[in-house]
Every structure is written in structure tokens, then in C-alpha cells.
Write a protein that binds this ligand. Structure first.
Ligand code: SF4
Ligand code: SF4
Length: 435
């Protein structure tokens, strides 16, 4: 296991690939906001290379810079040299965490509780979700908000409280059977990953995904007890925890037993497809991890691959829809056209292109919690573009983006439905069955 220096032990061909052309700069949201070289991909890569070359120490300023980066990977799409920014970025954050350069008691507590404890066993997260659900269902949250008691909290805590998502009435295991048979002829056997935050806040999207898969001839295996994919851990420098979770998922879903391993969360999929890189030094898992990477499919990608049956009835939702691209679906997985293709086969749905559709909405994992100012600016920019389309529905394939857009619409009092594209497809199939 690499404990020493992540950046120094990284394949040097990755570290030295940047040719400083600057073509990535206009695509970088943080550079766009500040116009400072150090806030650009080129500037960050130069810092990472300086550390790998032993010309620079891992300093607090470097740590803060790497956490100011959204990890949106827009620079990776723009780069003509094929720089693997995702790999550099994850190793840089792992280096920062291992050298404890940003450590302080508050940060250690928050990370210890969330990343190292809560998300390492989803039964704990589910328990917390159930408590929060009860708090919301009993009307206590509304009561506390109305009472004004929250005004005694510091501003940041009040902002965080306002962002608390609505917990679903039922979690995935309560909505989805462990095995869902294919409707009609069985063409494929697939596993479905229900996710962590997705399960608590968008279990209905998981149910819709399973329904759509079954409608298209897939037998779907959805075990009730699943693990986090580990993207939260890998993107936040917890390399060995990310490895642990990757091994757990490979054990639970042996890739040779499925035609595909399906995820409907853009951020998770982008990470799930790179388990082999995470387990490259693990001879017991590496080969299986390579097969796993090949089998992981984003739901839109899989449906395009197997050629879906077009629904015949119109969706009951408003018909004008715009589409926001999740960064990790677009830049991380290069799944760009497939969600649009799915939306276009829904009868009666008119898709209007969103200006700057692939510009980050500010969600970026937990970026909206750690960098609220920058995240807020990006959210305002996104909502301004959505409003310019006139659409009352925005579709997007990632739970983080959905939450961010829902929060933004609520804050601005907008009449806007943020929805996963697969939900619109599932609604069209249901309308067909009902009609
Ligand atoms: S990942 Fe996004 S924010 Fe970070 S350097 Fe690349 S474009 Fe900029
Ligand atoms: S990361 Fe790519 S696009 Fe950006 S400066 Fe380096 S080579 Fe050019």
C-alpha cells in the first residue's frame, strides 16, 4: 500500500503530461471566477508536478488550493494532451490527507464522523436517515424553523440547516425487491447499485431505474444491504478507505455473474469505473477490478447500448424539459448524448438545450458544503440559464446536482421540477401501461 508520497510515486508519465497550452483555462469554473493562474488546472498541475519533483513541499496553501478545485473535470475534456486530471487530483488530495496538512480538531471531527464512520457502513447512514425522516414527518423541522430558534445559530449552520434534504418516505430496500424479473423475455442479468445519498433522498429514482430496466428485458439484482461506492472517500483523500469499499463491492457483486453493473448516479459511476486503478497494487483483486470496470455502466449508457423500447404514451409531466449535464457523467464518463437520446424518445416531451449545460452547478460532491460561496455563485449562474430556457423541468443524472438544483429553486421561489431523466422515462412507461 502506498503510504509515502502519492504524487511522488505516481506514474511520471501522468505527472509530466501537461504542455502548458492553457486550452483548459476557459473551461475551469474557479479560474473563470478569479482569473488567477493558481486557481486554474494548469496552475494546479504545475504545483502537483513541483511536489512530485521535490521542488515544493505539501503546504497548507497547496491543500487549500486542491480543495478549492471542484474536481469537475471540465479541464480533462478540454485538454488536447489527454492529461489525466482526475488521477492527479485524487492523489494530490490523498497526499494532503496523509500529511495531515489541513488537520484541525473541527475538521478531524467532521471527517471522522462522516467520511470515516457514517459512509463506511450504510446501516449507520440509514439509521440517521430514519431519525431525520421522523423529525421531518412529525413536523418538528417545520416547527423549529418557524420558532426562530435557528436564528441563534451561526450563519453557516443556518445555511447548512436550510440545505437539509427531504428524506424519502421509503428507502430503496422498502421499494425494490432483491430480484426483479424482466418483463417479457429475459435478455440480460444486471446488478443495480442503490447508492448512499441517493438511497436516502432519491430512492424513487432507484425504483424507476429498476422498473425501466425490467421493462427493457433485464432481470435486476438489488440486494438490500449495499456499500458506498467510495467516491466520497477517494475524492477526499481517503485512499485506503476507498480501496476497502471497492473490495467490498467487488465481493458483493462478482462482475463475472452480471452482464452489467448499473449505476444511475453520475458521480458514483465516474469513480466505479476506475476500481482497477485503485486496486492496482492488490494482486488478489486487480484482475476482478478490471472486469468490474468493464461491466459498470451508467443507466443511460446501458439503455442506449441495449436499444430501449420507445414508450408510446406521453409523459404526464410538463412537456418542455431542459437538460443539465452532471460533470462526472459528462467529463468523467463521457456519457453526453445518451441522456438526451432517452429524453427525445419520450412522446410529447420537448427538449430545449441549456446554455452552458456542462458547466458545474456547484454541487461537486460535498463542495457546496465546504465552499459555499463559490458553489452559490455557480448555482446562481446555472439557475439563470435554466430560467432563460423557459422550461419548468430540468433533468439531470446525478443526485448531487438534483439536490443542488432543488435547493436553488426553493431559495429563489422558482416553479421548477428537478428530475432524473430515467424518472421521466419510467413515467412514460407507466402512463402507457395505465392507458
Ligand atoms: S477539475 Fe474543474 S475546477 Fe478543478 S481545475 Fe479542472 S476545471 Fe478547474
Ligand atoms: S492540462 Fe491540458 S489543456 Fe490544460 S494546460 Fe495542460 S496540456 Fe494544456
Amino acid at each position: 500500500m502506498k503510504i509515502a508520497s502519492h504524487l511522488k510515486s505516481l506514474d511520471y508519465s501522468v505527472v509530466q503530461q501537461c504542455m502548458h497550452c492553457g486550452l483548459c483555462l476557459p473551461t475551469c469554473p474557479t479560474y473563470d471566477a478569479t482569473k488567477l493562474e493558481r486557481n486554474s488546472p494548469r496552475g494546479r498541475i504545475a504545483l502537483m508536478r513541483a511536489i512530485a519533483d521535490d521542488r515544493l513541499d505539501v503546504t497548507k496553501a497547496f491543500g487549500e488550493e486542491m480543495y478549492f478545485c471542484l474536481g469537475c473535470l471540465a479541464c480533462q475534456t478540454a485538454c488536447p494532451a489527454g492529461v489525466n486530471y482526475a488521477e492527479l487530483f485524487e492523489h494530490a488530495r490523498a497526499e494532503i490527507e496523509e500529511q495531515r496538512i489541513l488537520a484541525n480538531p473541527k475538521r478531524n471531527f467532521i471527517r471522522g464522523f462522516t467520511v470515516r464512520w457514517l459512509f463506511m457502513d450504510l446501516r449507520r447512514l440509514e439509521l440517521l436517515g430514519k431519525a431525520l425522516r421522523l423529525y421531518q414527518q412529525l413536523g418538528l423541522q417545520a416547527l423549529v424553523r418557524r420558532s426562530g430558534i435557528l436564528n441563534v445559530l451561526p450563519k453557516r449552520l443556518r445555511e447548512l440547516e436550510a440545505m437539509t434534504p427531504r428524506v424519502c418516505d421509503k428507502f430503496s430496500a422498502e421499494l425494490i425487491a432483491p430480484v426483479t424479473p424482466a418483463v417479457g423475455e429475459k435478455r440480460f442479468r444486471v446488478a443495480m447499485l442503490t447508492g448512499c445519498a441517493q438511497d436516502l433522498t432519491f430512492s424513487d429514482v432507484n425504483r424507476d431505474t429498476v422498473e425501466v430496466l425490467a421493462t427493457n428485458g433485464c432481470e435486476v439484482i438489488t440486494p438490500p444491504d449495499q456499500s458506498c461506492c467510495g467516491s466520497l472517500h477517494a475524492h477526499n483523500g481517503e485512499w485506503s478507505l476507498g480501496q476497502q469499499l471497492a473490495r467490498r463491492n467487488i465481493d458483493q457483486f462478482p462482475p463475472d455473474q452480471f452482464d452489467a453493473i448499473i449505476t444511475n448516479a453520475g458521480g458514483c459511476g465516474s469513480h466505479l469505473k476506475h476500481y482497477a486503478k485503485l486496486l492496482v497494487d492488490d494482486p488478489a483483486y486487480f484482475k476482478r477490478a478490471e472486469l468490474w470496470d468493464a461491466k459498470v455502466k451508467d443507466i443511460h449508457e446501458w439503455l442506449a447500448q441495449i436499444k430501449i423500447r420507445n414508450p408510446k404514451s406521453e409523459t404526464p409531466s410538463p412537456t418542455v424539459v431542459t437538460y443539465h449535464e452532471s460533470c462526472h457523467l459528462t467529463h468523467g464518463q463521457k456519457v453526453v448524448s445518451q441522456p438526451r437520446e432517452i429524453l427525445r424518445v419520450i412522446p410529447g416531451l420537448k427538449l430545449i438545450e441549456l446554455p452552458e449545460a456542462s458547466w458545474c452547478c456547484g454541487s461537486a460532491g460535498i463542495y457546496n458544503l465546504t465552499q459555499p460561496e463559490m458553489a452559490g455563485q455557480l448555482l446562481d449562474r446555472k439557475l439563470k440559464h435554466i430560467k432563460s430556457t423557459g422550461a419548468k423541468v430540468v433533468a439531470t443524472g446525478n443526485p448531487g446536482c438534483l439536490l443542488q438544483l432543488i435547493t436553488g429553486a426553493k431559495q429563489q421561489g422558482l416553479e421548477l421540477r428537478a428530475v432524473h431523466p430515467i424518472t421521466l422515462l419510467a413515467e412514460a412507461y407507466r402512463a402507457e401501461r395505465a392507458g
